[in-house]
Design a binder for this molecule. Structure first.
Ligand SMILES: Nc1ncnc2c1ncn2[C@@H]1O[C@H](COP(=O)(O)OP(=O)(O)OP(=O)(O)O)[C@@H](O)[C@H]1O
Length: 282
């Protein structure tokens, strides 16, 4: 079935991203991919293959050096920082490895923060359902520091779902969770796709988590090397084992510390100066 532009939730066209430094690294090398509305896609690949960079560029948290990124029909490059911040608050949800919870706010306040910032009034029944599904009903008055890693991850997931964003970007959403909680969270993500027509793009290393997706896209050395519809956990694991037998990828530059709640803050406008490019050996 052909996908029309109205069916596309997120698109990256010929996207290229290079990180500067003494040895510049091509993190995304002419990436061309569309994520259809109402679908879940897992983005997989070896460490350093560009998964987080793809997510950050797709979500408007980082600007590519070349190429076009669209959320729906909105071209992110044409947006001012203010409008980009509004778009991230209103149309996009994030679940990151570092949680990005606000330490001074309790669980309930953290969950409702994106609604407050985008001046939306969340549907109380939906908030209650999300809180119930992530199993946080008895922790609403706790601060993040009083929660386990898995509980903090669940707060981040609830926070991403409450505003019913068009697209939810997740970076290892189940990384800190035990198997049962991970299954609950993945079912919840699956249900917002199936019942609410939202779109999920999820970076994961876990073939089981990826098997909840409709599609698995595999990156290696900043390029898409596999694009598989519903491959199942076993086939995913086989592909990853094959990629894992490649030489490890050098990580020449350390990533700067994650800024405080970056998706809710204005874009830092970090642009990489043009530099000669050295391709990594794959
Ligand atoms: N801010 C940065 N400055 C310099 N290099 C960076 C920066 N962020 C990422 N890189 C480099 O870009 C490449 C892609 O990184 P990215 O984090 O996107 O990979 P990944 O597939 O998400 O890795 P992992 O699975 O380990 O999280 C890596 O070689 C990494 O070292």
């Amino acid at each position: 079935m052909s996908v029309t532009s109205a069916d596309v939730a997120v698109s990256l066209e010929h996207v290229r991203k290079t990180y500067g430094g003494e040895q510049p690294v091509v993190a995304l090398d002419d990436v061309d991919v569309r994520f259809a509305r109402g679908t879940a896609t897992a983005v997989m690949g070896p460490s350093g293959s560009g998964k987080s960079t793809l997510l950050h560029c797709a979500a408007g948290l980082d600007r590519p050096d070349a190429g076009t990124v669209r959320i729906g029909s909105t071209d992110l490059a044409s947006m001012s920082e203010k409008r980009l911040t509004e778009l991230r608050r209103g149309r996009v949800g994030f679940v990151f490895q570092a949680f990005n919870l606000v330490g001074a706010l309790n669980v309930e306040q953290n969950i409702l923060l994106p609604s407050r910032l985008s001046r939306q009034r969340p549907d109380p029944a939906w908030v209650a359902e999300v809180v119930d599904r992530v199993g946080l009903g008895d922790r609403l008055r706790h601060r993040p520091a009083q929660l386990s890693g898995g509980q903090q991850q669940r707060v981040a997931i609830a926070r991403a779902l409450v505003t019913r964003p068009e697209v939810i970007f997740c970076d290892e959403p189940t990384g800190a969770l035990d198997t049962r909680t991970a299954a609950d969270v993945l079912s919840l993500l699956r249900s917002v796709v199936d019942q609410a027509g939202q779109t999920v793009v999820m970076v994961t290393h876990d073939p089981v988590a990826a098997s909840y997706a409709d599609r698995v896209v595999v990156l290696a050395d900043g390029r898409i090397v596999q694009d598989m519809p519903q491959p199942g956990a076993e086939r995913i694991a086989e592909h990853l084992a094959h990629l894992g037998s490649r030489q490890p990828i050098a990580r020449p530059a350390a990533r700067p510390a994650t800024p405080f709640a970056p998706h809710l803050a204005p874009h830092p406008a970090a642009q990489t100066p043009a530099q000669p490019v050295v391709r990594r050996e794959g």
